[in-house]
Design a protein around this ligand. Structure first.
Ligand code: ADP
Ligand code: MG
Length: 674
């Protein structure tokens, strides 16, 4: 008996819906794209219950005749392409003919549509993929699609829907994206009857951004224009380095007016900011790429938010170049040469093509200067001079990530990987990880260093690297650090306090130490209700994005309870009248963006005070003293004393170590005294 059979259409559609309809926001995305493709000048979106109960989109586009209105729900039914050739040059947002079929297979859908010279409108009703009814209706030219009870027939998928608040955030965010991509179209979004966004037709992106984000952000943005004709034309706006985000939510990328999430573009953007922004920090950006249709493949993923560039690297370079030019015009970076220097350094080394051993000797002699690789690994924010990038180049080659004899291009790439933002060790202040990693690197090199040390060409005695003791330093255990006996001696790189006690040597990360102190304080305040806050001389006003204003409603009370005095003004503007005492006023804006963009709304109502903890942790991080900051001896004493009274002096609120210890025993062992 044969086992293979063809799936019924409806089942196939439901399976396809798994890719197309990930969540309510993906329905909105597909329907808004259809309206744009239909030439709409006005698009209205209404949602109820986070899109679960209802999503309705109305447009004034060209509409459909009755036959098309029925056909539109068939799988692979599209008016946008007709041959394979069309696929190589897609000028519309849709083309797969899958969206309506997929959506209708997992929801109850009503379509009302009319073409300009039609006598009446058509109303089509489909539930779970079954055509229920077709009849005449009344409406002007255009289309209205209502999607009710999403996933009503696929309980397993329904369970995966997140909270209403989370879905609202995504819904607002997707409509914002399309509103930015199409300034010429009027958009309105209401949520449970309340207006979230309303914008009239604008003449360009700048005016549209102003409508959506308000004047504050826009004034701080720098224009970008550039690119190359056959690769990509780049335009848009990017933020000055003082405007910072801790994730990519404020980066909007569009390729031929299609909203995309794309690593190549994100990579080019970050590359352009290299040496301007520390790691783990992201700029705000609105980037529009105009790419010749034959240079991209948009048919990579059913949701069409991913695309493929024929010449990835070229696109990335073109973007980085345009960003650098934009920053240079604003006087933020100097000449191009300065920015590209780090990548060029390992190239020089390789051009001399020294045999591997030699380059290692060179490395070890650099190494004896101090702990540079460890610090380099710890992130650019430690502020090492550029010259050390050469060391990193060799360090990487020596550990086998990139062979020394590999091409120069690879060397440059390796450097970038070493400090790419994905690595945890790159977060400023993550000293322990850096320390450990460096220890691993060094211990691999050690045997060679010892063997070669007598042959040093310059005739110097090559010392074993100082951080050969690195793997001995441990994150301090709580019961081994005792109050009064810790004596600060000074600072290392203005970032770490060097201290001694009876047990040996201690290194304290000043930023995370202060973070721990403040975190405990903010949490205590919440329970005591003894809020200390300072009035601002002038209230600070913050314009929220539509998505942020959805989160704001949820965190407003929590923010008040830790010392913010807030007042919602008209629309999406919030006035901040007072702030917690420890927070520098200059950090307020960034903190707000961080909390509203990152907070996990799922945690709300989960009984535990996890949402508060997250807010307290963000606040503590922004208010804490930074690394690269000189401290007086009194301040160091204060910091240590206070740290020891906290609930957990040895780990920060994010779980990183605060104190590293090198015990007397290990020091003595290191000097062969035992
Ligand atoms: P695709 O957009 O990939 O063609 P869809 O399933 O999204 O596939 O839509 C199928 C077809 O229905 C479209 O090709 C278009 O002809 C028609 N259609 C969908 N939405 C609208 C709309 N809002 N206005 C006019 N026509 C529409
Ligand atoms: Mg479509």
């Amino acid at each position: 008996m044969n086992k293979i059979r063809i799936l019924p259409d409806n089942l196939a559609n439901q399976i396809a819906a798994g890719e197309v309809v990930e969540r309510p926001a993906s329905v909105i995305k597909e329907l808004v794209e259809n309206s744009i493709d239909a030439g709409a000048k006005r698009i209205g979106v209404d949602v109820e219950l986070g899109g679960r109960r209802l999503m309705r989109i109305s447009d004034d586009g060209h509409g459909m005749v009755r036959d098309d209105a029925i056909l539109a729900f068939e799988r692979h039914a599209t008016s946008k392409i007709s041959s394979l050739d069309d696929l190589t040059a897609i000028g519309t947002l849709g083309f797969r003919g899958e969206a309506l079929a997929s959506i209708a297979s997992v929801a109850k859908v009503e379509l009302i549509t009319k073409v300009e010279d039609g006598l009446a409108a058509t109303r089509v009703l489909i539930e779970g993929g079954r055509l229920i009814d077709v009849k005449d209706a009344a409406r002007g030219t255009g289309t209205t699609i209502s999607v009710r009870d999403l996933f009503f027939n696929t309980p397993a998928r329904r369970k995966f829907m997140r909270s209403e608040a989370t879905e609202n955030y995504h819904l607002a965010s997707i409509v914002t994206h399309y509103a930015l991509a199409h300034p010429e179209i009027a958009f309105a979004l209401t949520n449970n009857g309340r207006e979230v966004l309303r914008v009239s037709p604008a003449k360009d992106l700048r005016e549209r951004s102003f409508q959506i984000f308000g004047g504050q952000l826009i004034e701080s943005l720098l224009p970008v224009t550039g690119g190359r004709e056959y690769v990509a034309r780049v335009s848009g706006f990017i933020s000055a380095p003082r405007e910072r985000r801790t994730n990519r939510d404020s980066q909007y990328f569009f390729v031929n007016n299609r909203f995309v999430r794309d690593k190549t573009i994100a990579g080019g953007l970050l590359e352009g900011y290299r040496s301007v922004l520390p790691h783990g920090v992201y700029p705000v950006a609105f980037l529009f790429l105009d790419v010749p249709l034959e240079e991209i493949d948009v048919n990579v993923h059913p949701a069409k938010t991913e695309i493929r560039f024929r010449r990835n690297e070229a696109v990335k370079d073109v973007i980085a170049e345009a960003i650098r030019e934009g920053l240079a015009k604003a006087g933020i970076v100097g000449e191009k040469a300065e920015v590209t220097e780090p990548a060029a350094a390992p190239l020089e080394l390789q051009q001399g093509s020294p045999p591997p051993e030699q380059s290692r000797i060179e490395f070890s002699s650099q190494q004896d200067e101090g702990q540079s690789p460890a610090l380099e690994w710890g992130g650019a924010s430690v502020g090492l001079p550029n010259s050390e990038s050469a060391v990193t180049g060799v360090l990487i080659s020596a550990t086998g990530e990139v062979a020394v004899e590999s091409s120069g291009q690879n060397g440059g790439f390796a450097l970038r990987t070493a400090d790419s933002e994905e690595s945890d060790a790159d977060k400023p202040g993550d000293f322990a990880t850096a320390f450990e990693q460096a220890a691993v690197q060094t211990s691999q090199l050690l045997p060679i260093v010892e063997k070669e040390s007598s042959q040093d060409p310059a005739g110097y005695v090559v010392l074993p690297p100082v951080n050969s003791a690195a793997h001995l330093a441990k994150s301090a255990e709580l019961d081994r650090v005792s109050g009064g006996s810790i004596r600060p001696m000074g600072q290392l790189h203005d970032s770490f306090i060097i201290a001694v006690d009876d047990e040996g040597l201690l290194l304290i990360d000043q930023h995370v130490a202060h973070e721990r102190i403040l975190f405990d304080k903010f949490r205590r305040k919440e329970t005591d209700r003894s809020v200390e806050s300072q009035n601002l001389l002038l209230p600070e006003t913050v314009d929220l994005t539509p998505a942020q204003s959805q989160s704001y409603e949820i965190v407003e009370d929590e923010l008040s309870s830790i010392g913010f005095g807030l007042m919602r003004l008209s629309g999406r503007t919030v006035a901040i009248k007072s702030i917690p005492t420890d927070l520098p006023a200059s950090e307020v804006r960034n903190l707000f963006a961080e909390i509203l963009d990152n907070i996990d709304l799922e945690k709300r109502g989960s009984g535990k005070s996890t949402l508060r903890d997250d807010i307290a942790a963000s606040l503590a991080c922004k208010a804490a003293i930074k690394i690269n900051m000189k401290l007086t001896p009194e301040k160091m004493h204060w910091l240590i004393d206070r740290l020891l009274t906290t609930s957990s002096p040895t780990t920060c609120p994010h779980g990183r170590p605060v104190i590293l210890r090198l015990s007397m025993k290990d020091i003595e062992r290191g000097f062969h005294r035992t």
